[in-house]
Design a protein around this ligand. Structure first.
Ligand code: GLU
Length: 456
C-alpha cells in the first residue's frame, strides 16, 4: 500500500455572507438565504459574514438589527463576522470617486417627475422605458447652472451595453443583456448610497467568494459584475435560489411580517425544523427531519435547487416539527424540560414525546401527571372497583397490564369499555400517551383519588 499523499489545497477558504437590511423581521424565505450561505461556509470550513445593509437610514432600525442577530443565533448559525454598512461609508465614497474618475459614475439632475414623464413618453412610443442618458450630454456649464438653481445630482453608473454572463451555481449559464437596462442610480441626491455599490465594495473588501441570494437579484448581479470589473476587483461566484411563497402563492415580505422567524419561535417550533424546511423545500431532497445542522449542511446542493418558486406550507412545518420532536433524546431536551418546570425524567419524556407536536406541549402532559387533574368519571361504581384493584407500589411499566387484567376480571369490561373510563378518570382526557407509561408517574395516591372523582 502506498502512503496517502497530502494535497495542499490551493483554493482559498470560502467566504459567504447574508446581507439583510434591518427594515423588518426575518421571515422563512430570508432564513433560506441565510442558511444556504451559513451551511455552505460551515461545510467548507469557510467564513460566514453577517452584513447589515443599513444605508437606508429612514427604514433601518436597531431593534430589527438585534432581532436578526437573535434569529441567526436561534437557527444555530451565528455569524463569524458582522459588519454594518453604515460604518463603512468611507469605503463607498472612495469607490465612488474611482468610478467618477473612470467616467463610469455620472451626475444626473432629473427630478422624479421628469423621469416619470420620460418614461410615459417612451412607453407611449412603444419604446422600453430605459433611462435615455440625457445627463451624459450635459456640459460643465449646464451642470453649474443646474447646481446654481439648487439642484443636487444623483449619480448613475454608466453600464457597458453588452451581455454579462456567468455560470450560476443554481441556474447554470446565465446571460443578461445590459443594453436593455437603465444605468442604475448608485448615489442619491442627499449623497446616501443605494444598495448596489456598497454591496460590491463590501463583497470585494471582505473577500466574499460566493454570493447566494434570491433570484430577484439576477439583474442586480449583471450590474454588480460590471461594477466589480470597473473597480478592478475579482468577481465572486453567484447562485440565485428560487423564492419562497406563502401556501397561497403570495410572495413573502419582511415589511408585512410574513412568517417571521420570531413568530415561528414563539409558536414553539424547533429551529432545526424551521431550518430543514427552509433549506429543503423546493429541492430534489424530500423535506425530512434532520438530527443536526451538520446533517442538513451535507444535503445542501445548489445544483438541485428548483427553478420554480417553492410554497411554504405551515402544516408541513408543523408535521416536520412533530417528527423532529418525536426523535429527540431525553439528554437533548432535559435542560429545556427542566426550564419549563417539567419533571419525571427520562421515563416521562419517553412516555410523551410521541404525543407532542412541539416541546412546549410536554408541559401539558406533565400537568396531567403532576395534577391537579379534574377527573372525568362517568361510571362511578366501575371506577370505584378499579380503584380497589390498584396494586400496592412500587409501580413499573408492567403495573398497567396487571391492574387492568384485574379490573377486567372484577368487572367483565374489556377493550374500549375497559380502557376509556380509566383514561378519562386518570387524565381527565379521552386521548394521550400510553397509560402503561403514565401510570407509574401518576402514582397510587393520585390515581386512587382521581378514580374516586377527586381533583388531584
Ligand atoms: N440587502 C439586500 C437584500 O436584502 C442584499 C442582497 C444581497 O444578498 O446582495 O435584498
Amino acid at each position: 500500500m502506498t502512503a496517502p499523499t497530502s494535497t495542499a489545497s490551493t483554493s482559498p477558504a470560502p467566504v459567504l455572507r447574508f446581507a439583510p437590511s434591518p427594515t423588518g423581521l426575518l421571515h422563512i424565505g430570508n432564513a433560506r438565504t441565510a442558511l444556504l450561505n451559513a451551511l455552505l461556509a460551515r461545510r467548507e470550513g469557510g467564513t460566514f459574514v453577517l452584513r447589515l445593509d443599513d444605508t437606508d437610514r429612514e427604514r433601518s432600525r436597531e431593534e430589527y438589527a438585534q432581532a436578526i442577530v437573535a434569529d441567526l443565533a436561534w437557527l444555530g448559525i451565528p455569524p463569524d463576522v458582522t459588519v454594518r454598512q453604515s460604518e463603512r461609508i468611507a469605503l463607498y465614497d472612495a469607490a465612488g470617486e474611482r468610478l467618477k474618475a473612470a467616467g463610469r459614475l455620472y451626475p444626473c439632475f432629473e427630478t422624479q417627475d421628469e423621469l416619470e414623464r420620460k418614461r410615459r413618453l417612451q412607453l407611449a412610443r412603444g419604446l422600453p422605458p430605459i433611462y435615455d442618458r440625457a445627463a451624459l450630454a450635459l456640459s460643465g456649464e449646464d451642470r453649474a447652472r443646474l447646481e446654481a438653481e439648487g439642484r443636487r445630482p444623483h449619480w448613475r453608473f454608466r453600464l457597458d451595453h453588452r451581455a454579462v454572463a456567468w455560470t450560476d451555481r443554481v441556474r447554470g449559464e446565465v446571460s443578461v443583456a445590459c443594453d436593455s437596462l437603465s444605468d442604475p442610480v448608485l448615489v442619491r441626491e442627499d449623497g446616501s448610497y443605494l444598495y448596489t455599490l456598497p454591496s460590491v465594495v463590501d463583497d470585494a473588501s471582505l473577500g466574499v467568494t460566493l454570493v447566494v441570494r434570491g433570484e430577484d437579484h439576477v439583474t442586480n448581479t449583471a450590474v454588480q459584475i460590471q461594477i466589480f470589473e470597473a473597480l478592478g476587483n475579482a468577481v465572486p461566484a453567484f447562485g440565485h435560489h428560487n423564492l419562497l411563497t406563502t401556501a397561497g402563492g403570495e410572495g413573502l415580505s419582511k415589511r408585512l411580517g410574513h412568517l417571521s422567524l420570531q413568530g415561528l419561535r414563539e409558536a414553539g417550533l424547533e429551529p432545526l425544523a424551521v431550518a430543514a424546511l427552509a433549506v429543503l423545500v423546493g429541492s430534489s431532497d424530500a423535506v425530512r427531519p434532520v438530527a443536526s445542522l451538520e446533517e442538513l449542511a451535507a444535503l445542501v446542493d445548489l445544483g438541485h435547487v428548483s427553478r420554480a418558486p417553492a410554497r411554504f406550507d405551515e402544516a408541513e412545518l408543523a408535521a416536520l416539527n412533530a417528527r423532529i420532536v418525536h426523535e429527540m433524546s431525553f439528554e437533548a431536551v432535559a435542560p429545556r424540560l427542566a426550564a419549563m418546570g417539567v419533571g419525571g425524567g427520562a421515563a416521562f419524556w419517553e412516555a410523551v414525546r410521541g404525543n407532542v407536536g412541539t416541546l412546549a406541549e410536554a408541559r401539558d402532559w406533565w400537568d396531567v401527571v403532576a395534577g391537579p387533574v379534574v377527573p372525568v368519571v362517568e361510571d362511578a361504581p366501575f371506577c370505584a372497583r378499579a380503584a380497589e384493584a390498584l396494586p400496592p407500589e412500587p409501580w413499573d411499566a408492567g403495573t398497567w397490564k396487571s391492574w387492568t387484567d384485574a379490573v377486567k376480571a372484577a368487572t367483565g369490561a374489556k377493550g374500549r369499555a375497559l380502557f376509556m373510563p380509566l383514561r378519562k378518570a386518570l387524565t381527565g382526557r379521552d386521548h394521550g400517551p400510553e397509560l402503561a407509561a403514565l401510570l407509574p408517574l401518576i402514582g397510587r395516591d393520585k390515581a386512587a383519588a382521581r378514580l374516586a372523582g377527586d381533583t388531584a
